[in-house]
Design a protein. Structure first.
Length: 259
């Protein structure tokens, strides 16, 4: 679902950069700590951590070599490193980091429980493990505008949409972290505003063939895409004329302490 780094930056990357500072504050990253960013993508979280805190080291890992190359091209900080790595088999010894974080990625791990166990393994006792995912109960208005339009045209797509929405509630994240044995589990909603210069600003980003939205668009004809575009436009703008507009986006973040 995620292959082209530049396209990802035009879709989710700009929102990740807004969300990352709120996530860093929630997690409570401290100075002189070592931090692992699992599923770092194009590097937004890792670079945000380095810009906000005088950490000792930030390491970002991602299974996509193209994304790692892109992240490296953005980085000039000697404390920040990027490398290819699998969330279910992290290439680090036990207790290597003070904090282990993952932003908007956990839902795409084939076996998420394995990923959480690996994040716990590489974090020292007393360290913090945390993740953040978009709300799947309507709090991510871009997604709601799109998928409501999809289901209106293709009711059978509802089941496919639901499969792409794990870990998008406070309860799901809290249960996952508690089952992994973390202490002091805490969940918090993080809210940002997504600003668009026009409807085309939103629609073009959706058509960059990234993530579940891109995967769905690749399965339908151009005629159906045109019909879908009209419905998404009505969902986003209502009766307003085209022009700048803002949509809300809510994510859920969870953190816990390693025993």
């Amino acid at each position: 679902m995620f292959e082209v780094a530049a396209a990802y930056e035009e879709t989710m990357g700009r929102w990740s950069r807004q969300l990352a500072p709120l996530f860093v504050e929630f997690v409570g990253v401290r100075e002189v700590e070592s931090v692992l960013d699992v599923g770092c993508g194009t590097g937004s979280l890792a670079l945000t951590i380095a810009s906000m805190r005088r950490v000792a080291k930030v390491v970002g890992v991602d299974p996509s070599a193209a994304f790692i190359d892109f992240a490296r091209s953005r980085n000039s900080d000697p404390r920040v490193f990027f490398d290819v790595g699998d969330a279910e088999r992290l290439p680090f010894p036990d207790a290597s980091f003070d904090r282990c974080l993952s932003l908007l990625m956990m839902s795409f791990i084939p076996n998420v429980s394995n990923g959480v166990r690996e994040m716990r393994r590489v974090t020292r006792p007393g360290g913090v493990v945390a993740t953040c995912n978009w709300d799947n109960q309507g709090g991510m208005e871009v997604q709601r505008c799109f998928w409501d339009a999809v289901v209106a045209l293709d009711p059978a797509a509802e089941s496919r949409h639901q499969r792409n929405r794990p870990l998008g509630t406070a309860a799901n994240l809290s249960d996952l972290w508690s089952a992994a044995g973390f202490l002091n589990v805490e969940v918090k909603d993080l809210n940002i505003l997504l600003e668009f210069s026009s409807f085309d600003d939103l629609w073009v980003a959706l058509t960059k063939n990234q993530g579940p939205v891109g995967a769905y668009l690749a399965t339908i004809s151009q005629q159906r895409q045109d019909e879908l575009r009209d419905k998404v436009r009505r969902n986003a703008l209502g009766s307003r004329l085209d022009g700048p507009f803002t949509l809300r986006a809510k994510a859920w973040a969870v953190k816990g302490t390693v025993p």
